[in-house]
Design a protein around this ligand. Sequence first.
Ligand code: 8GT
Length: 140
Amino acid sequence: MSEVKPTGKRLLLVAACALVDTDRRVLLAQRPEGKQLAGLWEFPGGKVEPGETPEQCLVRELNEELGIETEIPCLAPLTFASHSYDDFHLLMPLYVCRRFRGIAQPREGQGLKWVRPRQMRDYPMPPADAPLIQFLIDLL
Ligand SMILES: Nc1nc2c([nH]c(=O)n2[C@@H]2O[C@H](COP(=O)(O)OP(=O)(O)OP(=O)(O)O)[C@@H](O)[C@H]2O)c(=O)[nH]1
């Protein structure tokens, strides 16, 4: 068996959420200009801050980014992404949330779109996200 060499890349923990509406559509947010991967469509979420759990991170991020309110028991783990970018390795648990309050608003100037999982491949997403789509197709 060949030797597995450490990459030396830092591991970045990002929590992401598939918010699901009553029509089984999932909310995608477009990364704003000026950011890494600008223009790509992604799941709402963000970096887990020190001292925070992934679930706490998502409750915070959904409120900050979208004005959506939810609670930790409403977040169900679905799958995760593990993907090496040039400068870090991303570990991203993906949760599903069907119970939330409020109407998603683009609080950070991002584009927002409710998309059926089968149509997600029409929306360019970060490379880490591609393997996640099938899980949502199967679930929804
Ligand atoms: N939220 C989210 N981030 C993702 C997804 N896919 C993916 O590769 N990422 C990566 O995970 C990281 C998330 O970081 P972030 O959104 O908190 O931070 P950011 O790069 O916008 O920078 P910031 O700290 O200035 O807000 C980014 O590098 C982003 O490219 C996804 O579906 N959702």
